[in-house]
Structure formats: C-alpha cells, structure tokens
Write a protein that binds this ligand. Structure first.
Ligand SMILES: Nc1nc2c(ncn2[C@@H]2O[C@H](COP(=O)(O)OP(=O)(O)OP(=O)(O)O)[C@@H](O)[C@H]2O)c(=O)[nH]1
Ligand SMILES: [Mg+2]
Length: 462
C-alpha cells in the first residue's frame, strides 16, 4: 500500500464559515506549501520554521496574485496525525477561497486524498490501531452524548488496552503449552484444572464484552424502533410529540402515512432511530398496501416495537393483526388518546393477547402525556440501567463478530483441556482466539478490502 505520496484535501465543511482548512500530508508537503506561501514577515522560511507554530501570510498563484490571506502551520514527521509531514492552511471560510487554495495545491502536484486517507495513514504508520481509527469516525458521527463518550474512550485506547491484556494472557498460556510440548521431560505440566481456569478467565472477559456490545452499538447507531398500529391510532402524532416538531402529516383520515418516516432522537441519553409506518389494515389500495408491506418489513428488523392502540376503540381485527406481528419482538403497548372522555379501554385487556411481561403504558400523544413513563419502560426493557456504567463498550458489529469467535475457540479449548486432548489441539484453539482478538485492533493482518471498507465511511479530509 502506497503510504506517503503527497495528498491534500479540504478538512472542513464547504460553506460560509469563519475558517476553512486545507490539509497536506506526505513527502514534499512543506516544499509545496513554501512554493505558494508568501510570508508576511519577509525573512521567514517555511522550510525552517519550528514544528507546530502558526504563521501569517498569503497564498499566491504562479503569477503572484493573492488567493487568500491565511495562517499556516507545519507539523513535522513523526509528530503528526499521519506521522508524515503535514501542512495545514487556515483560509477564510467560504467555498471559493478554500477551493482555490485546494486547486492550486493539486495543480502543484498533490493528489486529492481519498475518504479517510489521513486516518488510514495514521493506522498504517502504527500511530493508532484499527479500533482507534474507527473511534475517530464514531466520534465525528456520534448521535448522542453517550455515543461520543464511548468513542472518546475507544479513541484513548480503552478497548485496545483490554484486548492487549487478553492477548498477553493468552500468550502466556500458549508459551506454557509450547514448553510442555517441546520439553516434556524438563517442564512440570500445568494441571488441567488450573489451565482450564486460566483460559476461563479470558473467556469470561470476552463474553462480558459481547454482552455489553449490543448496548454499545445502540449508543453508536441508535435503537431501531418502529411505531406500529392500525390506521388513525396516533402513530404520527406520537412521532411528532417525541421529536417536538411537526415532522409527519397528521389527519383524522385513516391511512394518512404511506411510506416509512425515519428520524433520530435522543430520549434520556438513549438514541433511537425511530420509524413511523403506515397503519396496518386489510383490503386497501395498492399504494397503501405497499406501505403496509414496508411496515411489516421494518418490524422484522426492529429492536423495539412501540405498538399503538386507540383507547377509545374496541380491539378490532386490525389490532389483532398488529398484535400478531409482535411475536418474538421486544415491544411496548401504548394505549393512546387517554385524554378523551370516550377512552375506556382497560390496560389489563392486553394480557389476554400478549405475554404479561410486555409493558402497557397509557399516553396521550396529542397532549404530550406519558412521555416519562414511556422512557422508563424503554430503559427497563433494553436493560441499559444495568450495564451503562461500563466505560468500554464495544460499539461495532465487526468487533462483536471477532469476539464471538474468541469465545467459541476458548470454550473449545477449555473443553479440550478438561478432556485431556493432546496439547497441540488446545494450542490451535488458543492461537485462533489470539488472532481473532488481533482483528479488532488490526494487529492481525486483515484483507485489504476490510481495511478499505472501514475508511471508505469517512469523509474526505479526515
Ligand atoms: N384526542 C386525541 N387525539 C389524538 C391523539 N393522538 C392522535 N390523535 C388524533 O388521531 C388522528 C390520527 O392521528 P395520526 O397521528 O395521523 O394517526 P396515525 O396512526 O399516524 O394514522 P395513519 O398514518 O393513518 O396510520 C388525528 O386526528 C390526531 O389528531 C391523542 O392522544 N388524543
Ligand atoms: Mg400516520
């Protein structure tokens, strides 16, 4: 992989702003910058300035015409984000000056950076590991305070440190096994129950990280939550109430919502990716039935279903269709419109249709009643009260899959030790677990496609 040719990109959002930053990294960065930068102090030489100092001057084109007045800094290798020479040019924010400076830099021989290429270089140069690189993206994209907190902890090396400890423990166990295999006459064998216990300690840590990872992922991406119900029960009104804005159309006509409406919102620090759906009913026109199909699909993928019922109405055939869709799902029953005096449905009525564990919350989406109770029910159901104090939660599916492999191999190793199978087999399992741990931090070599797919998610300039 080409690592230090000269790349450049705009590191800030294009638009009207106080400043906009053009960033260069790689071989020749300082020389290129010196060729277009005219310092305000006549005798200043960019090639000689101290690293990490700021200087005022002008970016000028080949004819000597000024493009922008800027501040410039040089961060010399290896004390930079990528560990190569980096130059940052702080232009006046605004589409034209920043673009013109970038165009000039590209004309002078830099290549436009790919998305995430600066961070990729930070990883390839060993300044950060893969989990930390992912944390950079997670921090930029965080949807909630808690999500940002987890990303910070991962960036500081929280996850990486845990993984390193586990790998070291496995390495010690593997070294003992190797010694027993190679020098059976000189080395006293470790008793199987002791060895099984040593492996179990690592296995337990891995299993605990998997348990926390679901919550970690929710904090990163939001809990996939679907609003479900027959038409006109107030799903869209509830969405608007939770968002505190008139996001979805609300009318008294059943069948108002046709397509899925997806929004992010944060309730008590827990981010929800909430989806409003078309009301479930039979015998409708094609557009509406397509919407209903989408609603059903959304339920399949949901981690939480908020099933809405109208408290002024009997339980109808369409309600029963909704209840049927809740099978095997984490769900909360919402009895809506309790502000109306016709409201008469007893919350206990649902116990005949659905298991008693499912919480029933009375609300009025229109009046904004019952929001706290709903939040409490979500928090209880998802169980975040229990684990949320854990500082290092794995937030990515990629990490979770690797960790599942670790647990699987370690369990197999423990069984092997207990059954006293030949030590070579146990060593193989431990080796697999050790490599799977390294996939998370990138210490185990990963296919280039995997690495690329991680950095492709970044924006250009990061
Ligand atoms: N009184 C009262 N009316 C409500 C409440 N919630 C919703 N409504 C009314 O019920 C009607 C239907 O509301 P919507 O939010 O459009 O219902 P929906 O479930 O999204 O309906 P579809 O999109 O057709 O599936 C509207 O006239 C709302 O004003 C409530 O809590 N109290
Ligand atoms: Mg609606």
């Amino acid at each position: 992989m080409q690592q230090n040719d000269l790349i450049a990109a705009i590191a800030t959002t294009l638009g009207e702003a106080a400043i906009g930053i053009v960033r260069l990294s790689g071989e020749g960065a300082v020389e290129l910058a010196a060729s277009i930068f005219k310092p305000r102090k006549k005798d200043l030489d960019l090639k000689k300035i101290a690293s990490h100092t700021l200087h005022l001057g002008y970016i000028c084109d080949d004819d000597g015409d000024m493009i922008d007045e800027v501040l410039i800094t040089v961060m010399r290798a290896p004390h930079s984000y990528t560990r190569d020479d980096i130059v940052e040019i702080y232009c006046h924010g605004g589409v034209i000056p920043v673009r013109r400076v970038l165009d000039l830099v590209l004309k002078k021989g830099a290549r436009l950076a790919e998305p995430g290429e600066f961070t990729k270089r930070a990883f390839l140069s060993g300044r950060i590991d893969l989990a930390q690189a992912e944390a950079v993206l997670d921090l930029i994209r965080a949807q909630s305070d808690k999500g940002a907190e987890l990303a910070c902890s991962q960036l500081r090396g929280g996850i990486s440190g845990k993984i390193k400890d586990m790998r070291n423990q496995l390495k010690r166990i593997m070294a003992e096994i190797e010694a027993e295999i190679d020098f059976p006459d000189d080395v006293a064998p470790v008793p199987p129950e002791v060895r099984a216990e040593q492996i179990k300690m690592v296995e337990e840590k891995a299993a605990e990280m998997i348990r926390g990872s679901n919550l970690g992922r929710i904090y990163r991406e939001g809990l996939r939550t679907v609003l479900l119900g027959k038409p006109n029960v107030g799903k869209s009104t509830l969405l608007n109430m939770l968002l505190d804005e008139e996001r979805a159309l609300v009318t008294e006509i059943p069948g108002t919502t046709r397509d899925l409406i997806e929004e992010m919102l944060v309730l008590e620090g827990m981010p929800l990716k909430i989806i409003d759906t078309a009301g479930i009913r039979e015998g409708v026109d094609m557009v509406e039935s397509l919407g209903i199909e989408r609603a059903k699909k959304a339920v399949e993928e949901a981690e939480l279903v908020l099933a809405v019922f109208d408290a002024t109405d009997e339980i109808t055939e369409d309600d029963l269709r909704v209840i049927k869709l809740l099978k095997g799902k984490k769900a909360i029953i919402l009895l809506n419109k309790v502000d109306l005096k016709e409201s008469k449905k007893d919350p206990r009525i649902f116990s005949q249709y659905i298991d008693e564990e499912t919480p029933v919350v009375e609300i009025s989406a229109k009046m904004g009643w019952g929001k706290e109770k709903l939040v409490d029910a979500i928090v209880q159901l998802i169980g975040c009260g229990k684990i949320s104090r854990e500082a290092e939660l794995m937030t990515r599916k990629r990490h979770q899959i690797a960790m599942e492999k670790v647990v699987d191999r370690l369990r197999s190793a423990i069984k092997g030790v207990e059954a006293e199978v030949p030590l070579e087999f146990i060593a193989l399992d431990l080796w697999d677990a050790w490599s799977a741990l390294g996939e998370i931090t990138g210490e185990t070599a990963l296919p280039e496609e995997v690495i690329n797919s991680i950095f492709e998610e970044f924006c250009i300039g990061k």
